[in-house]
Ligand binder design. Structure first.
Ligand code: ZN
Length: 301
């Protein structure tokens, strides 16, 4: 959820706050597939697939404490080893529990996510594997939209890169036998998203690609387990925002006026978080900036 500029604030705040939480919700969404909906909005949701060959986990929460909570729930269901972790993107609230949830797991991400993790740790030489932090030495990365297909027990898991969206290197995880998708922060249920260094227009394309899939359940990056209709509504929000901002930008209207003239009344129930730069106005500003300073598309597709 968080953008880089908010990470330090968030981590600092968490260190100073004693967060009293209700227990997380684990919902069975397939024969061996579960959604872990975090009760802590600052820590991402997870999805886990259980098999006799091992367990696959998508995203591990903000830190060791959140990772332990997730692992405790996994252990109520299976004692099998966690063999694979997918990190949907580099933000700490999606990977901070890696070393607790799966200390021996292969950690799968896009190439760009791994590079972003290393950059975020002030390692200027991302090619120097000796400097790579232990949790990332086992990383298995992929590039291109074809992604990676894993067979875990009786199940198929398709992991792919839709191009820049929430960040430059998001991964989507689709379970084709169960009609389930784990979206990372490409989708938050009934909420404005935070927008990092991604691409708003391609983000909408990516959501349309997901919406074309058979789907019974959608595991968002944060908040409640959802269905296709909530995902569609979130996509419509981004589409309306894009259309309004692009139209006004084309007319030369300055950003502060664009933000005042936005009409997003249809989404007035969406959560907005100024502290994470996740509001209508923040989203408009991010896209306005992308229109002002277009970036070349990733060359990894
Ligand atoms: Zn995020």
């Amino acid at each position: 959820m968080i953008r880089r500029t908010a990470c330090r604030f968030l981590i600092g705040a968490l260190l100073h706050l004693a967060v009293v939480c209700a227990s997380a919700s684990v919902q069975k969404i397939g024969p061996d597939l579960y959604a872990y909906i975090s009760e802590n909005d600052s820590s991402a949701n997870s999805t886990f697939l259980v098999s006799n060959n091992g367990i696959l986990v998508v995203d591990t929460g903000l830190n060791a404490q959140e990772g332990q909570k997730l692992l405790n729930e996994i252990r109520k269901i299976s004692a099998a080893p966690v063999r694979w972790i997918v990190n949907t993107h580099y933000h700490p609230d999606h990977r901070g529990g890696n070393s607790v949830v799966g200390p021996d797991a292969v950690i799968i991400s896009t190439y760009e996510t791994r590079a972003a993790v290393l950059r975020s740790r002030n390692d200027p030489d991302v090619k120097n594997k000796r400097k790579a932090p232990p949790e990332y030495q086992l990383n298995e990365t992929f590039t291109g939209s074809r992604g990676l297909t894993l067979f875990v027990g009786e199940h198929e898991v398709r992991i792919y890169y839709p191009g820049p969206a929430h960040t430059r290197g998001d991964a989507i995880v689709y379970f084709p036998y169960e009609y389930v998708v784990a979206t990372g922060d490409l989708f938050l249920t009934n909420s404005c998203p935070a927008m990092d260094d991604g691409d708003m227009e391609n983000w909408i394309v990516a959501l349309d690609q997901i919406l074309a899939l058979p789907l019974d359940h959608v595991v968002p990056g944060h908040f409640e387990l959802a269905t296709k209709s909530e995902l569609q509504r979130f996509r419509n929000y981004l589409g309306d925002l894009r259309d309004q901002v692009a139209r006004m930008h084309h007319k030369g209207i300055p950003l502060d006026q664009v933000q005042k003239q936005l009409d997003l009344h249809a989404y007035k129930d969406f959560r907005q978080y100024p502290q994470y730069e996740a509001t209508f106005k923040d989203n408009a500003a991010t896209y306005y900036g992308q229109l002002e300073h277009p970036k070349p598309q990733s060359n990894m597709r």
